[in-house]
Design a protein around this ligand. Sequence first.
Ligand SMILES: Cc1ncc(COP(=O)(O)O)c(C=O)c1O
Length: 405
Amino acid sequence: MTGIRAAVSAADLAVNGGTPVRTTPIGRWPVFGEEEEELLLAALRSGIWGSIDGTYVKEFEAAFAAVHDARHGVSLVNATMGLTVALKAVGVQPGDEVIVPPYTFIATASAALMLGAIPVFVDVDPETLLIDPAGIDAAVTSRTRAIVPVHHGGSPADMDGVMAAARRHGLRVVEDAAQAHGAAWRGRPVGAIGDVGVFSFQSSKPVNAGEGGIMVTDDAELDELLWSYRNVGRRRGGEWYEHVRIGWNLRMTEFQAAVLLGQLRRMPDQQEQRTTAAAYLETGMARIPGVAPVKVPDGVTAHSWYTYHWRWLGEADGGMPKAEFADALRAEGIPVFAGYVPLNRNQAIIDEIERLGGRPADPCPNAERAAADEVMVFTLPILMGSNTDLDDVLTAVAKVAKTRR
Ligand SMILES: Cc1ncc(COP(=O)(O)O)c(C=O)c1O
């Protein structure tokens, strides 16, 4: 690794015409092989492409639920609709309030809004970027129905604190585990710690079918409801035109499930590879002045390492502001993502809350500061890179971090 100790002049940066650290892509995603090809071809040749009569969706649902120590799994088209269906199944009604963190993908909050319910933002812990359970009590009103903790980046949220708050106030818990395949809190896989957990199989996710999602639960009654809502309000074992409630057609295809069966088999090895890569990055990043890790809570016993978050704190010492840092890093050939815009500041969400007559979102200073000034994100392909790739990442971060304007 070079460049960490050397002083770097701004002229050396690739963004100013200097030589970039890296000129080839890092990591490979998706990863697939003969297994997925054979499964996909077999699904095609079976001539049964829908999940109603097929076997792949059922097999995948059972396998995914088992890996996450959940009794039931109900697949569907994506996790955005999974969160919506899960909230509906736990009884969220128009006008209810749903507690969510602000530092997350929009679906965490828009799922509530799609049901006419109001997302109420409880700020994240500044060190972990995960919902801070200490803020939940003050956010609860007589209209609060559910909490949606997000296992952001694949790091489980503090599920002890979330479940304790839920018990205190009689709330349901829907885990947004869209990024947290294979993650665990104190040895218990995420997903069925709360009432329902929702995972995504969108193309960037650790288990990937291009699109897709699954809802897992231990509760047999909820399982029936989840199945029914995603299956146009049908009843298990009922007639085709028997609709006992209003639902959506959100069924996954056999093609997706065939690919997912292959992807799920790869998950443990890939998760281990990313865990090793994250530890390597963590050690290297700790040596770079101005760079600090995003903390992983003590209760996390398995992390999916969907993404690697880190903070840039060097601006106060004459370093670049975050946005310039990110641009400079990209010019060095290292893809970096600036992270989320906190949802309490998203205009579409603010407008929809107002339209529904909900209480306006409170400020969330921890999420807002992290998003505006500090946090940057490496996505999954980097964590699938070799140590040589990771050395390039560290060299480039160090190069930009050492530059003074
Ligand atoms: C935290 C979080 N929640 C929900 C979703 C929605 O998942 P999907 O893209 O499958 O609808 C995502 C996907 O990016 C996510 O990251």
